[in-house]
Design a protein. Structure first.
Length: 149
């Protein structure tokens, strides 16, 4: 049983490594289903350490995002959850998903249709600031918003 667990752990780790490498590729961004992503004027929101609750500054941004989305009904979005480098890779992927879902649920409560939003977690694999200090970690604890038609 321990041997099977080790093989499963190695396979999962290899899969996550390949997923992270794919996330790092440069060039045109694609959603994976043949639909190219579009730029949208939706600013990232940030989170406190080890938290996924929507902060007051993020509430203001999400309110603005909801108004923009309502006035652009042909645009769907992908909410990308991100974390800092603290914690295990598995923990950070789960935390990134909770952050993305928190933003999605907040937007739903503001009247944006749930079927216009998808979520994905990148955990710690896509830092905007690669440094290893408090300022960098604070920048990396975020949700990004990508559009798709």
């Amino acid at each position: 049983m321990k041997f099977q667990h080790k093989i499963l752990t190695l396979a999962l780790t290899a899969g996550l490594a390949l997923f992270g490498a794919a996330c790092q590729k440069k060039g045109p961004v694609s959603s994976g289903d043949g639909v190219d992503l579009i730029n949208v004027p939706l600013e990232s929101i940030h989170f406190d350490f080890d938290k996924y609750n929507i902060r007051p500054d993020a509430q203001q941004k999400l309110s603005s995002h909801s108004e923009w989305l309502k006035s652009n009904p042909n645009v769907n979005i992908i909410i990308e959850g991100n974390t800092d480098e603290w914690g295990t890779e598995e923990y950070n992927l789960a935390l990134g998903e909770r952050r993305a879902m928190a933003a999605k649920n907040y937007l739903i409560n503001l009247g944006v249709s749930a079927d216009r939003m998808n979520t994905i977690s990148y955990g710690e694999s896509r830092p905007v600031n690669p440094e290893h200090n408090q300022a960098a970690w604070a920048q990396n604890r975020r949700d990004d918003f990508k559009g798709r038609r």
